[in-house]
Every structure is written in structure tokens, then in C-alpha cells.
Ligand binder design. Structure first.
Ligand code: ZN
Length: 226
């Protein structure tokens, strides 16, 4: 996938970081903060193993990144700044004729999510633009998934629900996946973004993002409680 204005994408988490200021008037925050985690390493190419005071904390990196991306799209859409990033070379996707029809039927809704598609012929569509707010969208896989999904008759009446569903799909295909390797810097950048996201505790599908094991449960694994 080639983009006009973003030829170099060194990192999944290349967003410029905004500094965090804490003023005296704010009450002390006792709640969980991802950026307080001490990152230890990646486990099974899927989980980020961390320590927080006397707890073992494990973060599902895909679920976490998905939550961050989902919130980015929702926030940009709410502020009417969800812009299309035009692809320098449109990405073509082969589908069945029926799937092309299903997609074209939803093309206006997809454009509302900054995803621009056009039929090339009966069984091929071209993707011309993707949401600029996402940095690594696997748009061909996304479009295949949307095209393969049966859409209920009355989806236009429940448009926001449909948009929300596609937003979650978009976020999924723009996120690190199990098997990807992420660096220490990327892990900490992800933690920072999770702290800035609302409801970071669960991915858009409702799966948990983080699991915590307090010291006593870790000690139980080794019979140290006896
Ligand atoms: Zn996913």
C-alpha cells in the first residue's frame, strides 16, 4: 500500500506524543495507568509481559492496539476531521460479482468512514483511499471481510450500529497482530496511547485488553503460600 504524503512509516505507533501535564489541583490518580507498567518483553508473539508494583500484568497487544485505533476513528469522526488518505496506487481486490454488489451498496457508508472504493469491473473493486488517522491498514483484507459478510435488510435503519461495526473491523485490520514483533519503544508508545483512550480495558469486541496477577497468585503457582 502506497500513500502520497506518508512514504515512510517506521513504526506502528508513530503518532507524535503529546506531553502529559499533571497540575496540583487534580486529585491524586490511584487508578491503573498503562504508562506506569515496566515492560519486560513479548510473550508468544502476542502478549506484552509487564510488572506493576507487586503485580504481573499481561497486555494483549492486538486487543490493545485495536482499542486505540477504534477510538482514533471515532474521535476523528465525531470532530468531523476523519480525512481520506488517497492511495498513490489504488489497491485492487478480486471478489465475486455478488460481493461487489454488496460493497457498492455500502459505498456511501464506507466513504463516511474515509474508505473510498470503486468498481473496476464485475468482479474487481479498487480501493482509492483509507482513513488518514490509521497508519498501517490492511485494506484489501478489510474489504474482503466486509464484502463476505451478509448484511441484514434493514441496515440503513440502524446505520450507526453498522458504522460502529465497520469501525471495529477497520481498527482490527490496522492493528498489530499476533506474530508481529514490536520494540520496547513501540510497547511504551502503545501504553501511552492506551492511557489517552477511553475504556482502554476492553477491545471493541469486548475482549479484555489486560490481565493482572497479584503477587500472591504468582506465589501460589510455586507453592509459596504453603
Ligand atoms: Zn482484531
Amino acid at each position: 500500500m502506497v500513500r502520497e504524503s506518508a512514504p515512510f512509516q517506521p513504526s506502528f505507533f508513530s503518532e507524535p506524543e503529546s506531553p502529559r501535564y499533571v497540575t496540583q489541583s487534580q486529585p491524586p490518580k490511584q487508578s491503573f495507568r498503562f504508562s506506569d507498567l515496566r515492560y519486560i518483553g513479548q510473550l508468544l508473539q502476542c502478549y506484552l509481559v509487564c510488572e506493576l508494583r507487586d503485580k504481573l500484568v499481561v497486555v494483549d497487544m492486538h486487543a490493545a492496539h485495536e482499542r486505540v485505533n477504534y477510538n482514533k476513528i471515532r474521535a476523528a469522526r465525531a470532530k468531523h476531521v476523519l480525512n481520506v488518505q488517497k492511495l498513490l496506487i489504488p489497491e485492487t481486490v478480486r471478489l465475486t460479482g455478488e460481493q461487489v454488489a454488496v460493497l457498492l451498496d455500502q459505498s456511501e457508508m464506507l466513504r463516511d468512514l474515509a474508505l473510498e472504493i470503486e468498481a473496476v469491473n464485475d468482479d474487481t473493486i479498487a480501493i482509492h483511499g483509507v482513513p488518514g488517522v490509521l497508519s498501517h491498514l490492511d485494506c484489501a483484507a478489510l474489504v474482503k471481510e466486509i464484502a463476505a459478510e451478509p448484511v441484514s435488510e434493514g441496515w440503513r435503519e440502524r446505520l450507526e450500529e453498522r458504522i460502529d461495526h465497520i469501525t471495529a473491523r477497520l481498527a482490527c485490520h490496522a492493528s498489530v497482530r499476533s506474530g508481529d514483533t514490536i520494540s520496547r519503544v513501540e510497547a511504551y508508545a502503545l501504553f501511552q496511547q492506551l492511557d489517552e483512550a477511553d475504556t482502554a480495558g476492553a477491545c471493541p469486541h469486548g475482549r479484555p485488553v489486560v490481565a493482572e496477577f497479584p503477587r500472591d497468585s504468582v506465589e501460589r503457582w510455586f507453592g509459596r503460600d504453603r
